[in-house]
Write a protein that binds this ligand. Structure first.
Ligand SMILES: [Zn+2]
Ligand SMILES: [Zn+2]
Length: 368
């Protein structure tokens, strides 16, 4: 991953104002329309600014740092998400291009402006949404497919997202004379630019409806109960996020939906402490069991029974490691790949000792 701080030439402690200043200077220097401009540098500077100018993204970037996995902000250990096969369920690591504040001009000129001239702009797509899905440790152990219900904007069925009554037709937009776009000259700190942008009245269509859709009041979308099925792979950890592309809010006028981010919460249990794929559990044991080295019956998270033998010379104050009896390793897809189980034994001493037992213990003590 690139070091965004060095891209902007600022220190990691730089203030918001410093970052903005550094960005303005570099964006000005590398702007592709300038003599000596450099498009790839310009894009790099923009990318760095998008991250560092946003508090949340900056702190995320700071936490996972330049040492993190490649691709722009995928926290280490999340590579497993690419393992999801179904319908684009993966975290692509991209940050949105929103929130550029008063600097958005630059983008309009460079990106938006060109885009407007090339293709008529549409509406922005719907927002992304985030929901939480709570599962048990056992479900995380086995993996599951979960159906989620949530309320969001969905395309208006009456007008198929158009926002108007199709049968009533449309008429030519008066503002842009049907061209769908408006040319403007704008003075910015880069100099004067001719800008082509979408007509605000017809949103680039060149036509305006004669009658708005009554179901959606002309927006092309309505609030609805939606359903999404998410496949949760075995070994998923608390806080992991699964992306369901296109399951977010529908945009206005059929302009495409945002994405749904499902934050998986794994409920803690009293029986196990989890450390990634490893599990720690406690088990009561008697002195006799410890000394005799009998097999001890244990259970996997899903209830599968297995036996553990306590090795000779075992120090009861240490946890006994049972290789391969922890949680499945997330994203490994090999059922045999599991973390380890650590058993902490609680030595149960009898409350009272009979005279017979006392005698036996004394004999035992002499023997060993
Ligand atoms: Zn228009
Ligand atoms: Zn409608």
């Amino acid at each position: 991953m690139k070091d965004y701080y060095s891209v902007l030439g600022v220190s990691r402690e730089a203030s918001e104002e410093d970052i903005k200043k550094a960005y303005r200077k570099l964006a000005h220097q590398f702007h592709p329309d300038k003599a000596g401009g450099n498009e790839s540098k310009f894009k790099e500077v923009n990318e760095a600014y998008q991250v560092l100018s946003n508090k949340d993204k900056r702190s995320q970037y700071d936490r996972f740092g330049s040492a993190g996995a490649g691709g722009g902000g995928v926290p280490p250990g999340w590579e497993g998400f690419s393992g999801f096969g179904a319908q684009g369920q993966q975290w692509n690591g991209n940050f949105g291009a929103e929130d550029l504040g008063d600097l958005s001009d630059i983008f309009e000129q460079f990106f938006g402006g060109q885009a407007a001239a090339r293709a008529r702009p549409t509406y922005t797509r719907g927002s992304d949404i985030e929901i939480h899905a709570e599962i048990t440790l056992e479900e995380a152990f086995k993996g599951l497919s979960k159906t989620l219900h949530y309320q969001t904007y969905a395309e208006c069925a009456h007008c198929a997202g158009l926002g108007y009554e199709k049968s009533k037709g449309t008429k030519k937009c008066a503002k842009c004379q049907g061209k769908g776009e408006i040319r403007e000259e704008r003075q910015t700190f880069f100099g004067k630019f001719a800008q082509v942008r979408a007509c605000p009245d017809c949103h680039g269509r060149g036509e305006v409806p004669n009658e708005k859709c009554h179901e959606c009041k002309g927006t092309g979308r309505v609030v609805k109960q939606r359903e999404a099925k998410v496949e949760i792979a075995p070994g998923i950890e608390d806080g992991q996020i699964i992306k369901l592309a296109g399951y977010g809010e529908a945009g206005e006028f059929g302009s495409g939906s945002g994405d749904l981010y499902v934050v998986v919460r794994v409920k803690p249990t009293a029986k196990y402490e989890r450390r990634k794929a490893d599990l720690i559990t406690e088990k009561d044991i008697s002195i006799a069991e410890l000394l005799l080295g009998n097999d001890i019956t244990m259970h996997d998270v899903d209830g599968t029974v297995f036996q553990v033998r306590i090795p000779g010379g075992f120090n009861v104050r240490e946890a006994l490691k049972v290789t391969g009896r922890g949680m499945p390793r997330f994203g490994s897809f090999s059922s045999s790949s599991r973390g380890d189980l650590y058993i902490r034994f609680n030595l149960k001493t009898p409350k009272s000792v009979s005279s017979k037992a006392k005698k036996l213990l004394e004999d035992l003590d002499k023997e060993i």
